[in-house]
Design a protein around this ligand. Sequence first.
Ligand SMILES: *Cc1c(COP(=O)(O)O)cnc(C)c1O
Length: 581
Amino acid sequence: METEGQFFYHPLENIEDVDVFYEATERKHLTKSIAPERPYTYWTIEMYDQENGFRGGGGLGVLAADTRRVAEKMDVPFVTVVPFYPQESKQVMKDGVLVDEHISKNYHDFGFNLVDKVYIKCRGELCPLEVIEKRFKNTRILSITEPNYGELYSDTSGSDHRLYQEVALGFGGYAALKLVGLRPAIIQLNEVATFFAALARLDELTNNGMDFYEAMVYTRKHTLYTNHTLVQAAEAEFTYEQFEQYVFPNIRSLAVKKWLTEKFTDGRIKLSSVSIEIAELRSGVSKLHARIANYYDLAGNKVRFKPITNGIDLERWVLPEILEFFKKNEIFDNQDILTPNFTTKIDKITTDDIREFKRIGRNILNETLKTRPDQEGRILNFSNDDFIFDFKRRFVDYKRPDLPFRDPLRLRNVLENRNAHYIIAGRIHTGDENMLRKLNHILDVVRKDDYLRDHVHYLADYDEKLAYGLSVGSNVAINIPIVGLEACGTSWMKDVANYNILISTHDGGVADASNKSYLNVSGEDDHEELNNLLQRMEESMAIWSSDFDLEYMIKLQLTNFLPIISGTRMMKDYLDYLFPV
Ligand SMILES: *Cc1c(COP(=O)(O)O)cnc(C)c1O
């Protein structure tokens, strides 16, 4: 492990070299070179990477962590700029009631080095931020933190504290880059909470003597705004008064201040509207999402997003035995890049392999479950013959965790076919009363039925380990968002790669492939979809009972989805889009 003080830093006075810019514009060509001292920078308010000290909120964070891991594998110089949260919460079920526990964390425990301090201005004061970093081979995690930074998504989404966190990441993170002597080849904004990073760049360029409009062109050409949301209207707003407290004091250029001031409507601002203005490059996270995301710029024009479907880091999410099989059979090469004729190689998969991998995965699941009792306090342990359905995802309304429980009798009948278990793993966002009510309703329904009570399990505090355990150890994954509301989703990718049967609505990244690639749930309304879901559950059990059908289904899913779920494919798509040759 690296010790503190081992690195020598060459802090930069300014990140941008104005002369280089003018030279480039004279040649009418803005080059975007990428090099170790000019890396790809990825800005995110959350990252899900527990090994490195980060517990995220969900898919957005998992994606951030996987993106860096894939860059590492592909030798792309890459820096993730993300806050290190000194506190995190954990949900536990105590006597049938979900409670939030709060844990303190120290970055030293995760191999971070303290670089130095930087300062931002907030509420009329200088606020110090510690800059810490962790280096890997060609990537690093660069973080800002301070004892009162708070938890991820603490307070409400338009609150002063959230704005402080976002400003600290943007302006503090930009100062941190200078401190460690790096210039960004590109600034990727993983959602709008990171907007202030691009603003800090615009301000520096303008303040260093670049003409405002040229600085804007330069910033726009080097900023990618990645959108994960569908409706702009749902986004929280900040007020002009809040900006006076936290944002304007950090801007040195009058022209930038003026520009930003003009973006307020009735004293309020949405960060998406300014992210659209400051980033010429814009992407959505699946084909469907990029098509239907409903965003407008301030002039009222619909915004186009380039579809770059999310992928996962296989090494992190796939059972090592399966990954070894993929490589041995040249389905993926050593850099996890899909080979050109992978489809013929998939044909080598046999039912015996599938069942053997599932046995190995089930042991891992049982191991994971030893410390995670269900709602009745039971420690679960499944045999290889047990049949497991899982529904594992953040507990939010559009993902419809309650759908199968709207007809408990039929759900019971379906499970009884093979004495199957139904595992729900889901975290409720702190303070989400609506979803807490829904969970309690599900648990009520389950408690009242003696069969369901023994076969339906709710596991609190869904996290990375549980996601992995269920992906490798269960038989069937259920993914039933209301069509049009899932931007991409990545948990289904983990399932497909680990030889689970996927039951899903045709939404998010799943809809990148045809609806014949998996067990599709559809219908005119909730009622029809529920019927269809229960039928699909029965079908999936029949498939697992037939060697022939099982082999066919797993091969079908892999053939159609491996190109989509590959994280290296995602990184290549980003590089092609950002650095066209
Ligand atoms: C993979 C993963 C997610 C992503 O879930 P989706 O519902 O597919 O977006 C969320 N949380 C955790 C802990 C995960 O591992």
